[in-house]
Write a protein that binds this ligand. Structure first.
Ligand code: NAP
Length: 232
């Protein structure tokens, strides 16, 4: 039942030109979905993919540009599943040393961009469809020096739950990844303390989005895929 759901579906992956989003796009394409990715450099990056994944459609889209939101959905029209895996550049640093404007600017891309995206996308999203957001380990576990990302991820998880109530029957879920390989040696080392003693392969995180998209009775949940990192 779950596979046939995705075979009929159009899946839009915003932030799908690299990393987790690209892995989600590839898995959804393999499941037979029509897949569209949108990001600033999506057309160039998709053009460089090996066949048969070149059948993924790509739109140049900047989540910070309101006109791009309107243009994207006027081009796409009705679709079934929205996945958002956009990354903000966030500098690590002690709370007392991060200027307010820098923290606000990090919110612009990953949080306020998402906010605008969902408002623009909703009229085009089929009622049987879903939205899957991305938070992250800093929303599950407190790390000194990661206050901005902790706040963005927590806000994203709270938005997920509110929207699951307000937008039903559209389902709204969130994936919270742990540390995806490759990472600097310091984090490779730290992973030895995780219950699963390693970083995640990107496909291991991506498969959670596929499950949330396809499962018709799951909404308002955060799927943590972190190898147990939050427990250490
Ligand atoms: N990787 C990890 O270890 C990890 C851990 C916890 C949480 N996460 C979260 O998972 C998500 C994906 O992370 P990732 O590591 O896969 O990131 P990534 O490889 O850097 O990919 C980020 C994506 O965001 C897009 N993007 C960035 N700015 C954009 C903008 N202004 N407009 C539209 N698209 C934009 C990029 O495409 P263009 O450059 O083409 O625009 C790219 O497709 C992020 O929210 C991140 O915080 C990741």
């Amino acid at each position: 039942m779950i596979e046939s759901t995705l075979k009929q579906a159009t899946v839009l992956v915003v932030g799908g030109s690299s990393g987790i989003g690209l892995a989600v796009a590839e898995l959804a394409r393999r499941e037979g979905a029509r897949v569209v990715v949108a990001s600033r450099r999506a057309p160039e990056r998709m053009a460089a993919l090996p066949s048969p994944l070149d059948s993924i459609e790509a739109h140049a889209f900047d989540i910070l540009a309101p006109a791009d939101h309107v243009r994207l959905f006027e081009a796409l029209r009705a679709f079934d599943h929205l996945v958002v895996a956009v990354r903000s550049d966030v500098r690590s640093g002690a709370f007392l040393e991060i200027p307010v404007d820098e923290a606000k600017s990090a919110f612009e891309t990953k949080f306020w961009g998402l906010y605008r995206l969902i408002q623009t996308a909703h009229p085009y999203l089929r009622a049987s469809g879903s939205i899957t957001l991305t938070s992250g380990i800093a929303g599950e576990k407190i790390y000194a020096g990661a206050s901005t990302m902790a706040l963005i991820n927590s806000a994203t998880e709270t938005l997920c739950q509110t929207l699951a109530v307000e937008l039903a029957p559209v389902r709204v879920n969130c994936v919270s990844p742990g540390f995806v390989a490759p990472k600097p040696a310091r984090l490779e080392e730290e992973a030895n303390r995780f219950p699963l003693k390693r970083l995640a392969a990107v496909e291991e995180v991506a498969s959670a989005y596929l499950w949330l998209m396809a499962n018709p009775y799951t909404t308002g949940t955060v799927s943590v895929v972190d190898g147990g990192a939050r427990l250490t």
